[in-house]
Design a protein around this ligand. Structure first.
Ligand code: S3P
Length: 435
């Protein structure tokens, strides 16, 4: 892939009404569960990102017919819980940790062997967090050296349920175990020290699975079938987050973001930004496909630094790159603790953000599990996004307050989660072009 870069600088006040693309977590799960269901499911609002398309392509290889009647729609002809077919080809999850970890749980329970691979970033991400508990269920998965991908999954194992308490707050691990649990003898129980996003639980229920769940707890019985369901995917709060911060920090801005998913396990950033003094209103709150959505109206407001409550961390785990940008433009330092998981995301996001903000002239003190951001004027500079979509978009936002041009290197992976970000951003007032 040729490297693509952005040149970003302050544009005009941000204005307009924006439609943010569909939720990545929901889109992955919708295609997976529809594939396993009996009958035909329709997905509306599917994220046309590289990550979620990679998941859909994997199910096509596993024998599932998936039609694309129009962009952001999929018709999935479910093959039933035991209907997936073996393939000798490696299954490429691209950049997607969600794809690889959930598929590992699912494929560990099939009659056939499979191999999961990913791109350079995914190939550096820890997989023992799933292979460990899946092995306790009777699964056989070989990792590469150091517990990294590729995953070689030996099918044909008889799985049994477990009662497992997660060591890290991870919806991906929880989901992998629940998917394996669908095929296991007896009950699978997953307990979480800190509740994480519950899309797997909610969506399995929508597909007719009997599952008991509450924050921090999920229990299901093996041997159940899924019934086709139509899924309406809400706009992705994590993608909306870039515009929430951008409009907050650029004077005279006002943006309306339509029908954004507000699952409480995703909206920690909203709480944090409001603590910082952000002016964000929810209008037209309603249910959309079993999820609460609302239009978010954000006006520029002066922000102040905060100590981010550690209890919020899992609810804003994907939003720290852009939270750091809000912190950079606030009055007074912002302190983040208890966020060591950021080191094993698509990049080491604590290091990538700290180094990037330093390159723009700020002081950032990094710790093992967090950082303190000392705000100040941002100057131009060159940023290494480490091929991480959220780092790239965060610095496009930061540049809207910089004096001078910000060059953001290696931005191609923005397409994994937010295709069309640059068009939407420039339409709203960002100054952003390919470098
Ligand atoms: C996700 C869970 C989170 C999140 C990721 C999507 C999911 O990862 O960071 O972007 O869809 O379940 P972890 O489970 O590793 O925390």
């Amino acid at each position: 892939m040729t490297k693509q870069d952005w040149i970003a600088s302050p544009g005009s006040p941000l204005r307009g009404e924006l439609d943010i693309p569909g939720d990545k977590s929901v889109s992955h799960r919708a295609v997976m569960f529809a594939a396993l269901a009996d009958g035909v499911s329709k997905i509306d609002g599917f994220l046309e990102g590289e990550d979620t398309r990679a998941t859909a392509a994997i199910f096509s290889k596993l024998g599932v017919r998936i039609e694309t009647p129009s962009a952001s729609q999929r018709i999935v002809h479910g093959v039933g819980i035991d209907g997936l077919q073996a393939t000798s080809e490696p299954l490429d999850c691209g950049n997607a940790g969600t794809g690889m970890r959930l598929l590992a749980g699912l494929l560990a329970a099939q009659r056939f062997d499979s191999v999961l691979i990913g791109d350079a970033s995914l190939s550096k991400r820890p997989m023992r967090r799933i292979t460990g508990p899946l092995a306790k269920m009777g699964a056989r998965i070989d990792t590469g050296e150091g517990g990294l991908p590729p995953l070689r999954i030996h099918g044909g194992q008889a799985l049994h349920g477990i009662d497992y308490t997660l060591e890290v707050a991870s919806a991906q691990v929880k989901s992998a175990l629940l998917l394996a649990g669908l095929y296991a003898e007896g009950e699978t129980i997953v307990r979480e020290p800190h509740p994480t996003r519950d899309y797997t639980e909610r969506m399995l229920a929508a597909f007719g699975v009997e599952i008991e769940f509450s924050p921090g707890f999920a229990r299901l019985r093996g041997g159940q079938r899924l019934r086709a369901a139509d899924i309406a995917v809400p706009a992705d709060f994590s993608s909306a987050a870039f515009f929430l911060v951008a409009a907050s920090i650029v004077p005279d801005s006002q943006l309306r973001l339509r029908a954004v998913g507000l699952n409480p396990r995703r909206t920690g950033l909203l709480t944090a930004l409001r603590m910082m003094g952000a002016d964000i209103r929810e209008e037209n709150r309603r249910e959309h496909g079993g999820e609460v959505v609302a239009d978010l109206v954000v006006n520029h407001a002066p922000l102040r630094g905060i100590e981010v409550p550690q209890a919020l961390v899992p609810d804003m785990i994907d939003e720290f790159p852009v939270l750091f940008v809000a912190a950079a433009c606030a009055d007074g330092p912002t302190v983040v603790r208890g966020a060591a998981e950021l080191r094993v995301k698509e990049s080491d996001r604590l290091a990538a953000m700290a180094n990037g903000l330093r390159a723009l002239g700020l002081r950032v003190d990094e710790t093992a599990d967090g950082a303190t951001v000392f705000p100040g004027p941002l100057h131009g500079g060159s940023i290494d996004s480490h091929g991480d979509h959220r780092i790239a978009m965060a610095f496009a936002v930061a540049a809207q307050r910089a004096v001078g041009e910000v060059r953001v290197d290696d931005i191609a992976n923005v397409a994994t989660s937010f295709p069309g970000f640059d068009t939407l951003a420039t339409g709203a007032g960002f100054a952003l072009r390919n470098g």
